[in-house]
Design a binder for this molecule. Structure first.
Ligand SMILES: Nc1ncnc2c1ncn2[C@@H]1O[C@H](COP(=O)(O)OP(=O)(O)OP(=O)(O)O)[C@@H](O)[C@H]1O
Ligand SMILES: [Zn+2]
Length: 724
């Protein structure tokens, strides 16, 4: 017997030792099934024959070694162990979360590997009349005479039942098909003639191939960033190198997939949460064997075990969805940069509205900066126009000049997009007699009225209930929607423009499988003339017939306490606006607001995002906010507010003992109560990363022994992007 040290998916910051027979072919990164308490868990072998700290007589024995080759190859083990340290999250949970569900459950990998079938010696020697009573078996036997058939080819002509009969009679046998990396495209891909800035960018990526380099493509909306991605990839595919493209939304994978598939004659695969478990495992296998040339996926694609990864592209690198917001709270962009470093390959970050972090790195030359200041086909950038809502009579939240402009564009046969970042019918129902508002009883928030489903839904905790008939305070039946969401805007537009087809694009309207695809089709085929939607509309879509974008209401977002709010609003406005005028017809953006003089709005419309971002960086420098200091956030949640405060206060007292830390808090979170629990936070700032990490290690060690730590639910978020 020998000892292996195993990382297990449990919330403990330690590993566990087990015995295993000495002749078992264990390697680091292989899965094992082990007894743990009264359960059985799948874990990852993390160390072979450790020579410290165990008492062999007390150890339990591994129940099963699940792999003979590591499911987590050494490079991924390195990446994940870095991630566990950086985000201060238990290694076992990090390792297991990087695997597809079927592997996490302990399934046998070989069951999912592609199979082929051939005749056994008995099958080859069989007399041709032996199977004459079964025409189907005879046909399959004939088909296997000359050569083996892969499972997929075989099942095109023959049934699984027939195959099983030949296998049962031992006339045929199964073998696992040895993996073959994809073959380089036979015909060269023809791309567009690049603009000079695009050509410079492609050359820079080409030159970076084969070594670690970080490049930021700062290209205005419609500047042809995707064309740069496509042309940067061509050379790598010829060298049989794989490419990973990370996109922020599942919604963007189909269109990106289509563009890549149309360009290259190689296997391009998708990776996202809407795939079934076996589809995900298939993609994982294709990445690991080198059979997939390009994988387009959402953030967790970062953990796929590529066979020969040559380039990572992060599209919309500023997007908030790249950060995981629960459990293991990693940032896919930052970990992808680490992966590229381990992999010795370049990473290309692209955005029209780069994050201040990436822009800072580009301006101080840590990243290669590749600007694309103009739209690719020479179209002008959309022109912003502020619509002052003060002292205006609004019709359904729209000013008369807004309505006139919508009519004009529709008259010209063009499409109009209306952006409102609030789904549902109305943000609340209100009593006309006493002013009572529908509130979530578990959160400090109102409940959104959804008219179609006749429900009041809390968008924070997900709780929903039927719409009440009466006011909860005075009993009046006069309940009216307060404010407007996308569902209502759609209904109102239908009244105003009776014959004009409308498509709504938000999380509610696209929940049904295939609905998003249908909506995008409607827009692209120009079936839909008015498009209503939330921020889903803002991301990466190319709708050439949209000539006018109306931003219905931004006022709620203008005054927020979160220091990232201005950056996020500027990104959102620029991205939404960027959907206008991408075809030949020019574009305009109407921004409705009660605060037309607001500094942020003025800056965005007069100077654009690039200028806004540079001055926002200066402000962050003066106020010593990220990226000029590093931030870690402790959150505490409990049914009693005082427990959170006390626990964070204890943490703050310990933090004060550590030099070089600046504290903000404990303070109640902006959303003070969610799902019945009070929420508090403590922000820790430090000018140097190593110092911050040492401090966090120190604090984590101490807090585990505090009795209060068991009474609150706490989390640590390193480089938080969401302070709500
Ligand atoms: N060199 C070029 N010459 C002509 N047209 C081009 C060129 N490069 C790109 N285009 C076209 O410009 C349009 C916009 O390109 P693309 O969608 O790649 O922009 P983008 O920068 O990714 O935009 P966004 O950030 O807004 O999503 C596309 O129709 C694309 O085919
Ligand atoms: Zn709630």
């Amino acid at each position: 017997m020998t000892v292996v040290r195993v990382a297990l998916p449990v919330p403990l910051r330690q590993h566990f030792d087990y015995l295993i027979a000495s002749d078992q072919p264990c390697q680091i990164g292989c899965r094992v099934l082990v007894p743990f308490g009264n359960r059985q868990l799948v874990g990852i072998i993390w160390q072979l024959a450790p020579d410290d700290g165990f008492d062999a007589s007390k150890l339990k024995t591994v129940l099963q070694l699940l792999d003979t080759t590591p499911v987590l190859p050494p490079l991924l083990c390195q990446l994940l162990s870095f991630a566990a340290e950086y985000y201060h999250y238990p290694l076992g949970e990090v390792l297991i979360s990087a695997l597809p569900a079927l592997l996490r459950e302990g399934r046998n990998l070989t069951d999912y590997q592609p199979k082929a079938y051939r005749l056994t010696t008995a099958g080859l020697q069989l007399n041709s009349t032996a199977l004459k009573r079964s025409a189907k078996q005879s046909a399959l036997w004939q088909a296997l005479q000359s050569h083996q058939l892969t499972e997929s080819v075989l099942l095109q002509q023959h049934s699984r039942a027939t195959l099983k009969q030949l296998l049962d009679k031992q006339l045929a046998e199964e073998l696992i098909v040895p993996p073959v990396p994809f073959t380089p495209p036979l015909k060269p891909a023809t791309g567009l003639k690049l603009t000079s800035n695009q050509a410079l960018a492609v050359t820079a990526v080409d030159q970076a191939c084969g070594r670690f380099e970080r490049l930021l493509l700062e290209g205005v909306t419609g500047s042809g960033k995707t064309e740069v991605y496509l042309q940067s990839i061509a050379g790598l595919l010829n060298q049989q190198q794989q490419v990973l493209v990370i996109v922020p939304e599942i919604g963007l994978t189909p269109q990106t997939l289509a563009r890549f598939q149309a360009r290259f004659d190689v296997p391009v695969l998708c990776w996202h949460s809407a795939l079934s478990d076996s589809e995900r495992l298939h993609c994982w296998l294709q990445a690991s064997t080198g059979a997939a040339a390009i994988i387009i996926g959402t953030r967790s694609a970062l953990f796929l075990p590529f066979y020969r990864l040559g380039l990572i592209i992060i599209d919309e690198e500023h997007d908030q969805s790249l950060k995981q917001q629960d459990g293991f709270r990693y940032h896919a962009r930052d970990l992808a940069i680490k992966r590229a470093a381990l992999q010795h390959c370049p990473i290309l970050l692209g955005s029209a509205t780069p994050s201040l972090e990436s822009l800072h790195n580009a301006l101080n030359k840590r990243f290669i900066h590749l600007p694309l200041p103009d739209r690719a086909a020479g179209q002008a950038l959309p022109v912003f126009e502020l619509v002052d809502l003060k002292q205006q009579v609004l019709q359904f939240g729209l000013a008369s000049q807004t309505l006139a402009q919508i009519k004009k564009q529709l008259g010209l046969g063009l499409q109009v997009m209306l952006f409102l970042n609030r789904r549902g019918f109305a943000p609340a129902l209100s009593c006309q007699e006493c002013g009572w508002l529908t509130e979530c009883h578990r959160c400090s928030a109102f409940t959104t009225y959804h008219k179609q489903s006749r429900q009041l839904v809390c968008h924070h905790c997900g709780a929903s209930k039927a719409v009440p008939r009466q006011c909860g305070n005075c009993g009046s039946t006069q309940l009216k929607p307060l404010g407007q969401g996308t569902e209502q805007l759609e209904e109102n537009l239908q009244q105003l423009f009776a014959d004009v087809p409308i498509t709504r694009l938000d999380r509610d309207s696209t929940r049904r499988k295939g609905a998003l695809h249908q909506a995008l089709d409607d827009i692209h085929q120009s079936g839909a003339r008015l498009i209503v939607g939330t921020q889903m509309l803002a991301k990466g879509h190319h709708f050439p017939n949209v000539s006018l974008v109306v931003i219905v209401d931004v006022d709620g977002a203008l005054y927020s306490s979160d220091f990232r709010a201005p950056e996020q609003l500027a990104q959102l406005l620029t991205q939404v606006a960027g959907r206008a005028g991408r075809g030949s017809s020019g574009g305009k953006v109407l921004l409705q607001t009660h605060y037309p003089e607001h500094v942020l709005l003025q800056d965005i419309i007069n100077n654009g995002y690039a200028s806004f971002a540079r001055s926002a960086l200066k402000e962050r420098e003066q106020t010593r906010l990220p990226p000029f200091q590093h931030l870690a956030l402790f959150r505490a949640e409990a049914h009693q507010s005082e427990l959170c405060q006390q626990w964070l206060q204890q943490l703050a007292d310990c933090s004060r003992q550590i030099s070089g830390l600046q504290l903000l808090g404990p303070i109640p979170a902006p959303l003070e109560r969610r799902a019945g629990k009070y929420r508090w936070q403590l922000q820790l700032y430090s000018p140097a990363r190593p110092q911050l990490h040492t401090a966090l290690d120190n604090l984590l060690q101490q807090l585990h022994s505090w009795p209060l730590s068991r009474k609150v639910k706490w989390q640590l978020d390193v480089d938080p992007t969401d302070l709500t």
